[in-house]
Every structure is written in structure tokens, then in C-alpha cells.
Design a protein around this ligand. Structure first.
Ligand code: 8QM
Length: 396
């Protein structure tokens, strides 16, 4: 028998928690390696070692019962489950191979120049010392543009990508107000996404068209291929929007870290990695046990949901010296912001390229990042990020 601590009142999806999760993360980590969340009758872990161990053991901690709080074996999923995210081997392996082929290192080398010049142009234009909203005009504008161009999403109502992703990330949580508001009146956006996923609506030469071609060659039906494009459109934009927004916020709050980046623009990639550790855009994911298992000394029964706090694992003092300090010079590798194991973010090279492009452009063109007002936080059951970030960029 292992001792378990009942954290009866903690609601990790309540607005107060989502607004500032870090004190509660510390309490969860200190309570034990694995704790019980009474309110939702699930298990949870906020420490780095067990979170990483669970992500690596995909047979015991499966994804096919959903990676949100809803158990697909008991509840009807709100949308057709993803062939990638909400699947286990061997189905997952087949789908992953197609998508990974499209997001290869060679594909990233082809995108790099475009991403770098798009970021350079945008940041150079914004760095005029005038106040602007860095969420709208930079952190959102850049990914929506470069992602849509790379994937081949036509330039019409692309902002629907953000609405849809926000909905997807809210639906990993419980049916609280965030969930209900997200799915209310979702019909038109869902229809728009479904249309954009079809081969005939994707621009030729883009990654979306390539998904269809590669998937067809592997024996996927047209409908299944469209589902793989849906994964792109679900996971590819809002994540990088908030990664970039969090980066701008971190650098604005820590001028000495921005000065360090300016003195050595080659540190842009490492700096973005530290942002993902320090302010992980994807804060949580669930897994479901396929057998009774002991995780870091705590026994979890078969068929149980467990909430993995990626953002808390990334600040576990058992793993990181000065875990709560934002330091672009540290080795942030080993953070779980992209997950770990067979489900680790398949688009991480593209996300890193976007981060590198924007941070390099900031290092080149900007002398100071100055807040000009209070940022407004966006609350989401899974994502951590900002709604608005007023600042000005003093030109170099
Ligand atoms: C989160 O639909 C999908 O396949 C999918 C949706 C959301 C994600 C990943 C995949 C992790 C970024």
C-alpha cells in the first residue's frame, strides 16, 4: 500500500488556477509524485520524473481513450478522434509516419529562409517605437501567415484556425464554462475546418497537399487523409501563437535576458526553448492506464485517467536548478513542453523554426522591449497564453 494524498478541493481548470497556476503546481509537486484529484476522480502528477516516465510508457499510459479528461470508452468524443493524438500503436505509428515525412528536416530547411525573411520584415516594420498589441500584430500574425502559406491554406478567413484550435484545447478539459463557451456556435468554424482539410481545397505545393499524397500512397482513404490535415490545423497555429506571445512577455519582463539575446542572436533557438520550459503553451495532457501500475511508488488502478502537468514538470526543482528563474543561458533541454516519447510533438521542428525566426529578428532590430500597458491573460483549459500584450519595440 502506498500513501496517497487527497487534494479534494483543487480544480486545475478553475479561472483562479489557470490565471496563475504556479503556486498550486508547487503544492501539487510537494504533495507527492502522484496525487489524487478528488473533484474529478482522476490521478495527477506535477513532477518531472513521473510525468516523463508516464509519457515514455505509452503502453500503460495510452492515448486512445483520449488525452483530455473525457474517457472515450465511456463518453462519446465531441469530434472524431484524431488519428495521431488520440491513437495508440499500431494505428498511431502509421499516421505518424505520414505526418513526420511531411515535417522532415529537409522540409524545414526548405522553409527556413521564408520564415526568417517573413519574421525579419514584420519585426523591422513593428520596431518603430510606437505602441502596438504584440499578441495580435506579431505573435498571432506571424504564425497564421507562415503556417498557412507552408500548409497551403488559402488566404480567406484564416482566423478561423485560431477559433478552432482554442475550441480543441478547451475540450481537453472538463465541461466547465470555458468548454461550453468554446463549443457554443461552433458549427460554422467546424465546417470551415472540414472544408479546408479536403485535398481540393489545399493549395498545390503545400504541406497539406503533401499529406494527402503521402497518406494515399500508404493506403489511407481521402477522409482519413483529411483527418491528418485536421491534426495540422488543430495543433499547428495556436500553440506557436502562444509560444511566441509567451516569449515576448518573458523578454519584456526580463530585460537583462533580452540584452543577453541581443548580444548573441545565435542564442535565439536556446532562448525559445527556455520560454517553452518556463511558460509552456500546452500546460497539461491526460493519459489513461491500460493496467494497474506503480508510478513513482504510487499504485494506480487499471482504466484510470491521469493528468500530467507538463508546465509544472518544467519547473520542478527536483529537475531544474532555480526552476522558477527565466534564464536563456540554461540548458532547457529535457523540458516536456513538447511532450516526450512516441507522441512528442511531430511539428516541433517547425515550431522551433518560428521561434528562432522571430527571436532572431528581435535581437537584430530591437534595442528594448517596453510594456505600454497591462497584458490581458487568455484563459483556456489547456493552453497558457495572453489575449493581448501592449508594448513598444525601441529600434536598435
Ligand atoms: C496538441 O488533432 C490533433 O491531432 C492534435 C490536436 C492538438 C494537439 C496535437 C494534435 C498538442 C498540440
Amino acid at each position: 500500500m502506498s500513501a496517497t494524498l487527497l487534494v479534494s478541493d483543487l480544480d486545475p481548470f478553475a479561472p483562479e488556477f489557470l490565471g496563475d497556476p504556479y503556486p498550486a503546481h508547487a503544492a501539487l509537486r510537494d504533495a507527492g509524485p502522484v496525487v489524487r484529484l478528488e473533484r474529478y476522480r482522476t490521478w495527477a502528477s506535477a513532477r518531472h520524473a513521473p510525468v516523463r516516465a508516464a509519457l515514455l510508457d505509452h503502453e500503460t499510459f495510452c492515448s486512445s481513450a483520449g488525452v483530455g479528461i473525457s474517457d472515450f470508452r465511456k463518453e462519446e468524443p465531441w469530434r472524431t478522434p484524431s488519428l495521431l493524438l488520440e491513437a495508440d500503436p499500431p494505428e498511431h505509428t502509421r499516421a505518424r509516419r505520414v505526418v513526420a515525412g511531411v515535417l522532415s528536416a529537409a522540409a524545414m530547411r526548405r522553409l527556413a529562409e521564408d520564415f526568417m525573411s517573413a519574421a525579419d520584415e514584420l519585426v523591422a516594420r513593428l520596431a518603430d517605437g510606437e505602441p502596438f498589441d504584440a499578441m495580435t500584430d506579431l505573435a498571432t500574425a506571424f504564425p497564421v501567415h507562415v503556417f498557412s502559406e507552408a500548409v497551403g491554406v488559402p488566404d480567406d478567413k484564416r482566423e478561423n484556425l485560431l477559433t478552432y484550435a482554442r475550441m480543441v484545447f478547451n475540450t481537453f478539459g472538463p465541461r466547465n464554462e470555458l468548454f461550453r463557451n468554446a463549443v457554443a456556435d461552433a458549427g460554422p468554424v467546424r465546417d470551415w475546418i472540414a472544408q479546408r482539410c479536403r485535398a481540393e481545397n489545399l493549395l498545390s505545393g503545400g504541406m497539406g497537399a503533401e499529406i494527402h499524397a503521402r497518406a494515399a500512397a500508404e493506403g489511407f482513404t481521402g477522409e482519413e487523409s483529411a483527418m491528418l490535415v485536421r491534426s495540422f490545423l488543430s495543433a499547428g497555429v495556436d500553440t506557436t501563437v502562444h509560444g511566441l506571445g509567451n516569449a515576448l512577455w518573458c523578454l519584456a519582463q526580463h530585460p537583462e535576458q533580452f540584452a543577453a539575446l541581443r548580444s548573441e542572436p545565435d542564442r535565439a533557438r536556446a532562448a525559445f526553448e527556455e520560454v517553452l520550459r518556463f511558460e509552456a503553451p500546452v500546460q497539461t495532457f491526460f493519459r489513461t492506464t491500460t493496467r494497474e501500475v506503480e508510478l513513482d511508488g504510487v499504485t494506480i488502478g487499471d482504466g484510470e485517467k491521469i493528468l500530467l502537468f507538463l508546465g509544472a514538470a518544467n519547473r520542478d526543482p527536483r529537475q531544474w536548478p532555480d526552476a522558477d528563474v527565466f534564464n536563456i543561458s540554461r540548458r532547457a533541454t529535457g523540458h516536456v513542453g513538447f511532450g516526450f516519447g512516441i507522441h512528442a510533438c511531430v511539428g516541433m521542428a517547425m515550431a522551433r523554426l518560428e521561434g528562432e525566426a522571430v527571436l532572431t529578428a528581435l535581437a537584430r532590430h530591437v534595442r528594448k522591449i517596453e510594456p505600454t500597458g497591462e497584458p490581458r491573460r487568455m484563459l483556456n483549459n489547456t493552453l497558457r497564453g495572453l489575449e493581448s500584450l501592449p508594448l513598444r519595440l525601441v529600434p536598435a
